[in-house]
Design a protein around this ligand. Structure first.
Ligand SMILES: *Cc1c(COP(=O)(O)O)cnc(C)c1O
Length: 331
């Protein structure tokens, strides 16, 4: 299987917003899109996206994981960027229609069809730095993805940065390109200097998240993670893991905590990153102020238990008690 995100379905769905209304969505072959060189997105980063998965079970049925939550988050992202907000129905139909063209390409779980709705501001106006885009294009592309952990999940090496911000506070919960641009240079510098996988951004000591995944501490009978605010992305995986932890009788503590508390807790807690692409991945090493701190001497059984609880729902091997799967019917 090709590397995550580098292989695409043969078609995408696309719709345009002009003169105050969304036009009809249509399917077209995957390939370059015509774009005006003055398009708002190219200069002023008016863009947001989503990432979620559809699973094909052994019986051939296809199920999207929590598409309602992802579509609601996409609409919130669009709103926060003052982009035209696509209707839930339009987005849902576009997602389902691209899935239905790609059925044969969906690998079995833990593989999936990764869905990437993307919204861009297309108004051709380079004078619009301080005004919103009033023309936009929405497309949904799909990418067959294999087992992210083929060959076993390797515990991550993470730099704990207690000064830098991942992005600005009022865009933290918006899934927008500019946030990844902001996190890129610090992440590359950390990779080069400390050979880490990711940076855990903890500005002023407040433990937030990495460039593209949420952070959780997992104790014997509790999970500790930051409460929802606008500084970080509200992961659907995070929400699902917290719910499943509650189902397993664990206490869920959504509260702010500092780097020093986190390092103290790491003595008898596991630490993990959550996100759609990699589900829940244990952290094996923190680098903090030049010191290496090892976690999970006895392995990562609690992380594995929560990850399996979630992956079994994806694969249809465990009951969908919370109604998280939406079955797609193609005919
Ligand atoms: C997408 C994303 C996540 C994970 O969200 P999920 O809904 O769990 O996939 C976490 N942090 C950032 C910055 C993200 O972009």
């Amino acid at each position: 299987m090709a590397a995550f995100g580098t292989e695409f379905s043969e078609q995408l769905t696309i719709a345009h917003y002009v003169d105050g209304a969304w036009g009809p969505a249509s399917l077209q072959p995957m390939g370059p899109l015509p774009i005006h060189p003055a398009a708002h997105v190219l200069h002023y980063a008016s863009t947001c996206f989503e990432g979620f998965k559809a699973y094909r079970w052994d019986d051939g049925s296809v199920h999207i994981f929590r598409s309602d939550m992802h579509i609601a988050r996409m609409r919130n992202s669009a709103k926060s960027l003052h982009l035209p907000v696509p209707d839930t129905e339009l987005l849902t139909n576009m997602v389902e229609s691209v899935i239905c063209t790609s059925l044969a390409d969906i690998p079995p779980p833990p593989g999936a069809l990764y869905l990437r709705p993307t919204l861009i501001g297309t108004t051709p106006n380079i004078g619009a730095a301080a005004s919103p885009a009033d023309q936009a294009t929405l497309f949904v592309l799909a990418s067959p993805v294999g087992d992210y952990f083929k060959g076993g999940a390797k515990p991550l090496r993470i730099l704990v940065d207690d000064t830098r911000y991942r992005t600005v506070e009022h865009l933290g919960s918006t899934k927008t390109g500019a946030n990844y641009a902001a996190a890129l240079a610090p992440t590359l510098a950390a990779k080069q200097k400390f050979d880490v996988d990711q940076v855990l951004f903890c500005p002023e000591g407040d433990v937030q998240e990495t460039g593209a995944a949420n952070f959780l501490l997992i104790g014997k009978d509790r999970v500790v993670t930051k409460p929802l605010d606008t500084s970080f992305l509200h992961g659907v995986t995070r929400d699902s893991i917290l719910t499943l932890a509650g189902d397993l009788g664990m206490r869920v503590e959504e509260r702010d905590f500092s780097v020093s508390e986190m390092l103290a807790l790491a003595e008898d807690h596991e630490a993990a990153l959550s996100g759609t692409a990699a589900c829940l991945t244990p952290i094996g090493t923190f680098i903090h102020q030049g010191k290496e701190i090892q976690l999970g001497e006895g392995g990562f059984p609690r992380t594995a238990r929560l990850r399996d609880a979630l992956c079994d729902i994806h694969a249809g091997k465990a009951g969908d008690l919370h109604g998280w799967l939406q079955r797609v019917s193609c005919n």
